[in-house]
Design a protein around this ligand. Sequence first.
Ligand code: BES
Ligand code: ZN
Length: 457
Amino acid sequence: MDPKVINFIEQNKDRFVEELKSFLRIPSVSTDPQHKRDVRKCAEYAASELKRIGMQHVQVCETAGHPIVYAAWLGTPGRPTALLYGHYDVQPIDPIELWHSPPFEPEIRNGEIYARGAADDKGQVFMHFKSLEAHLRNTGKLPVNFKILIEGEEECGSPNLDQFIREHREMLQADVVVISDTPMFARGVPSICYGLRGLVYFQIDLVGTSSDLHSGSFGGTVANPAFVLCRLLGNMKNEEGRVTIPGFYDDVRPLTERERREYASLPFDAERYRKELGAPQLWGEMGYSPLEQIWARPTFEINGILGGFTGEGAKTVIPAKTMAKVSMRLVPDQDPDKIARLFEDHVRKVCPPSVELRITRMHGGKAWLAPIDHPAMKAAGRAYEKGFGKKPVFVREGGSIPVVSTFTELLNVPCVLIGIGLPDENAHAPNEKLDLGNFHGGILSTAYLYEELANVA
Ligand code: BES
Ligand code: ZN
């Protein structure tokens, strides 16, 4: 790489962090209607930054929801085109009282920047902006043609993204998609992610009576919806940690012996993992290691339950209704629509007629698994090694980025996931943070990545 690019990245380290702070200060919480204007402001900020660093065709594109930021630099005809995908929206901040510094006032402590979105995903998006800037400022060009698609609705399930991609297939056509929205395997272990789990999400509402009831006057004569919900959800997994929905495992692609050996060879210490999580004991599907459970096995989880009296003291009441949010993480080759159907059929079957049942399907997406010997993956491996001075490991992740399989299917392009978060980044939780060493290493690595992609994609 041109030494000027590398020097620029070294010399502007502090400025990059200051600029990242400005990006993080905008409270772009996509799920909260109160922040609608902030989300747009954030899109406009990203667009103006892209213009400033020399990207062209910069647009803030309207959707039925929050805007999408698009940019391109197509100055090297004949060379491959990379498409960067990321998101500028962030998760809500609650519980706010658990933050040690305000979520939208970025603060640096021990070489880590704390703010909502620091890791997921503004910091990782901004890292690309800076590697693009380093190339454009110092060489006047990029090693590949480059397109950028940054959305503002990832954290609420990207409800308008697939349609946007379908309608702008031409504009988005590329040879490779680059995404930085994943954590590394561990601190100091640069990682390339080649697999993600899929997701199906539901809300279940149970209504027992038209009003809350005195549990003395009426208890014992009507079904308590909280009770019904507990039984319903409690039976969703058996003692062996297996999901009991009939047909749930039918299409699950089994782990190969080779995969099991590879996962087992990674530096993962289950006891340390348990301690870090603060769990008295690990519990999961029997017969599988934690890494296998996270990466290659599906699961059913309760994301939240609401119902009845939970205030101070005691109140003798039978709640009129209860609600639960539940979701299933899926693996290849489970089809989200099929699993959704199986789930609905099952719940309708086991739910007793003593309560009224309402099931609402929410967002989701397919699992993704890519071959690690693809030239684009190998290019990412070399780039990472140059940027961090260390060979990366290839890992899968348990989280979901539904658009990845959309890209693979609609645009028929390989995706490279080069993330610089960390397992303790506190994404979606209080005190989200990004390691500034990783931010810097990531800027270098992605600057190398664009060069590497010029020859392979
Ligand atoms: N950055 C995450 C995805 C992720 C998390 C990848 C952990 C690998 C490990 C992304 O922002 C996210 O939170 N995705 C959601 C998807 C959902 C809203 C459709 C998720 O996984 O819950
Ligand atoms: Zn997220």
